[in-house]
Write a protein that binds this ligand. Sequence first.
Ligand code: HEM
Length: 173
Amino acid sequence: MKGVILQAYMDFVKERFGEEAYLSLISNRTILATHNYDDGEFMKVLKETAELTIIETSSILREFGIYFVDVFAARKYRMFYRNKDFLSFVLDIDRIHDIVTRTMPGASPPHFTYEKLTDGDLIVTYHSPRMLDDLVRGLFEGVALHFGANVDIKREKLGRNSIKYRISLLHSS
Ligand code: HEM
């Protein structure tokens, strides 16, 4: 996993859990944005955060997903948010990952495929050996929050290296 994700995570920890938690987690770590970190390192920081805050890792991951899209990337990668809404942003994820990681040797972002159902719902399939279900949910929720969309997200099917989500756009009258 790229260091930029760990950096975003540390920003999240500072904003969500405060300076003390941040200092305790960062103390013996040096995080460089372009460095490749073992996925285990991210899981380790996550576990340490859970121990420190007594919040389950699944909830922390989900909240981090929301923070990543709604705050961190919205500041650092503003150009991808222009003239977008929930749907066009979600359909653009592969392109965004492609552009962002083009200059990051060793990056391996996930891949997304889409299927539009006749009832208007969208099936989005997340393909990655990392299988970060809670993170992905949080990321979708972050996109919805950012663009003021009201969505219902259900996990439709779990594969070996993929997860299908059924996304319904709810229209508030
Ligand atoms: C402007 C918005 C975004 C930027 C700049 C961005 C950028 C990145 C970068 C740099 C990585 C690290 C890749 C690596 O370490 O190889 C990453 C990972 C990831 N991204 Fe994004 N991303 C964005 C939005 C999203 C959205 C909306 C989703 C899904 C709904 C998403 C899903 C993921 C997941 C799940 C990972 C973890 C790696 C994996 O599961 O294989 N990203 N992203």
